[in-house]
Write a new protein. Structure first.
Length: 156
C-alpha cells in the first residue's frame, strides 16, 4: 500500500478530560485508504518512528488516537501542525502474552477463549497486567482478567 503524507493538526475534543488527543484524516487521505464505515488498520510514520494503530470511523471520515508515545516521539501536542505519513497496515496483528498470564489462562481452561478475542482486546488485557508496578497488583490484575474472560467481557 502506498504511503500518504498530509499535514496533521491533533485535537483534544474534551480538553478538561485527560490527554485524549486525536488526528482526523482529511477527506483525500480517507478516500485513498479506501475508507468506509469499518476500522482501518494503519501504520503511522512520525519522524523515524512507526506506530501501528487503527483509524476509527468518525463524522464521515476516520480518526485515530494520537497517543502519548506518538506525542513524545514527535514532540507535538494538540493544536500543533506537522507533516505525518500513514499507510494501510496489512501485517497480522499479534499480541505477546506474558508467561504468568499464559499459565493462569491455561490453568483456568481459558486459553482458547482468550485467543478468540480480537487483538486489540487481548492487548488491553496484557497491557493491564504488564503495566502493574507491584507484584501484588499484577496478581490482582491477572485474577481480574480471568474473571472477565470467563464472563465473556472485554477490556478496552
Amino acid at each position: 500500500m502506498t504511503r500518504i503524507a498530509f499535514v496533521a493538526r491533533p485535537s483534544r475534543p474534551l480538553p478538561d478530560k485527560g490527554e485524549w488527543t486525536f488526528i482526523t484524516l482529511p477527506a483525500r487521505v480517507h478516500k485513498r485508504l479506501g475508507g468506509d464505515r469499518a476500522r482501518i488498520p494503519i501504520a503511522v510514520h512520525i519522524g523515524k518512528a512507526i506506530f501501528r494503530t487503527s483509524a476509527m470511523p468518525y463524522a464521515g471520515t476516520h480518526q485515530f488516537m494520537f497517543n502519548a508515545q506518538m506525542r513524545d516521539a514527535s514532540g507535538k501536542k494538540a493544536g500543533d501542525t506537522f507533516r505525518i505519513v500513514i499507510e494501510r497496515d496489512m501485517r497480522k496483528r499479534t499480541v505477546s502474552v506474558p508467561p504468568d498470564l499464559k499459565r493462569a489462562l491455561a490453568a483456568a481452561g481459558l486459553t482458547k477463549t482468550f485467543a478468540a478475542y480480537a487483538p486489540s482486546h487481548r492487548k488491553a488485557f496484557v497491557d493491564a497486567v504488564t503495566e502493574a508496578k507491584r507484584p501484588e497488583t499484577r496478581i490482582t490484575r491477572i485474577a481480574g482478567c480471568l474473571a472477565m474472560v470467563r464472563e465473556g467481557k472485554k477490556r478496552s
